[in-house]
Ligand binder design. Structure first.
Ligand SMILES: C[S@@+](CC[C@H](N)C(=O)[O-])C[C@H]1O[C@@H](n2cnc3c(N)ncnc32)[C@H](O)[C@@H]1O
Length: 339
């Protein structure tokens, strides 16, 4: 969600096209990120759905009621606000779920930027739901409709496609990192996991659980695996994907850039995130390397993969005893560091 997207979202209220939600009403706000400002006169209470831990924490600290997934929001609501993102399927899912959580005739208002493809999304929706209206404002598109009073909730909304199982066995969902295939960097890291890896291992930024599954399968000496991940939905998928591991995994919904890790590990595997939103952000990976250094036992090992050009060597030098390049291929590098 960019700076302009929330302004686009609230435009129909500010322009007077829609009535301001009144005091005593309860509205759902799916995908809100910190920093938005409600228009003057917007008096309804909000329940925010935000599964990304850094944003969840910031919204909760600002005093909002926040839940990490929509199932946790108790409806029905008087209306819903939905931030659209980059993934069409995820947008369809959010819109449908939001509409289902709203009382009949309640308003659903959604907005996204030009880059999110919000304009074409709104046009497509209008074909299925002729009552939906839309407008362009602040480099984005906002759309709105009243939820049809329809028992079956056949809202005319496009049915979201579900993500295929990755490698025939891993459950993922649209919008997660590498939701339709194993990431090439992660595959390279797995190819270089030493057979002798043992003890208590952590997977930092575990996504839907691929690295943990492979570590457990390749390394019989591993006795326990802890998964740390900021995206709630990815961690839920990982729980399902690792249900049959030979070791009992534990799951931590955690912002590794800001929250401390109290456990100490023999090894940490990691394919760190390199984007915050649309911007390349090596600082996030650097913060996770520093966190890994804190969370390893003396002589513990960090095994990580990254895009070749990302500048991680300096922080590895300053936080680890030694580090080395293990492999380089297809634009990725695998690095190993010892505490
Ligand atoms: C490059 S992906 C790797 C995912 C998975 N390990 C794999 O190999 O497929 C990086 C992961 O880090 C997560 N992430 C992003 N920011 C984070 C943070 N601050 N704390 C913890 N995890 C974070 C992302 O949600 C994403 O799942």
């Amino acid at each position: 969600m960019t700076e302009s997207a929330w302004q686009t979202l609230f435009h129909p209220f500010e322009a007077g096209w829609l009535d301001m939600p009144a005091a005593g009403e309860r509205w759902l706000f799916v995908g809100a990120v910190p920093g938005f400002r409600l228009p003057d006169g917007f008096a309804a209470g909000l329940t925010i759905v935000q599964g990304f831990r850094p944003w969840f924490n910031a919204l909760a600290a600002a005093g909002f009621e926040v839940v990490p997934q929509q199932g946790g929001a108790r409806g029905p609501f008087d209306g819903a606000l939905v931030m659209l993102g980059r993934h069409r399927g995820e947008n369809e899912m959010r819109l449908r779920d939001a509409a289902l959580a709203v009382k009949p005739d309640g308003l659903v208002v959604a907005a996204g930027t030009k880059n999110d493809g919000a304009a074409s999304f709104a046009k497509r929706l209008a074909q299925n739901l002729p009552a939906a209206e839309h407008a362009a404002k602040h480099h984005g598109t906002v759309l709105w409709f009243a939820r049809p009073d329809d028992e079956t909730c056949a809202l005319g909304l496009p049915k979201p496609e579900t993500a295929p199982l990755v490698e025939g066995r891993f459950r993922t969902a649209l919008g997660m990192f590498s939701h339709d295939r194993v990431d090439a960097g992660s595959a390279l890291l797995v190819a270089h996991i030493p057979a002798g890896l043992k003890g208590h291992v952590a997977d930092f930024g575990a996504g839907w659980g691929y690295l943990s599954a492979m570590v457990a399968e390749k390394s019989p000496g591993v006795t326990a695996i802890d998964l740390y991940e900021a995206d709630f939905a990815s961690l839920e998928a990982a729980k399902a994907n690792l249900a049959k591991l030979p070791v009992q995994p534990r799951f931590f919904w955690c912002d590794l850039a800001a929250e401390t890790v109290t456990e100490r590990y023999d090894a940490i595997v990691m394919n760190p995130p390199f984007h915050a939103g649309r911007k390349a952000d090596p600082e996030l990976g650097q913060a996770m390397i520093a966190r890994a250094a804190q969370a390893l036992k003396p002589h513990g090992r960090l095994l990580m993969v990254a895009n070749r050009q990302l500048p991680y060597e300096q922080i590895l030098s300053s936080t680890f005893r030694r580090h080395r390049l293990v492999a380089e291929a297809h634009g990725f590098k695998v690095l190993e560091a010892e505490r």
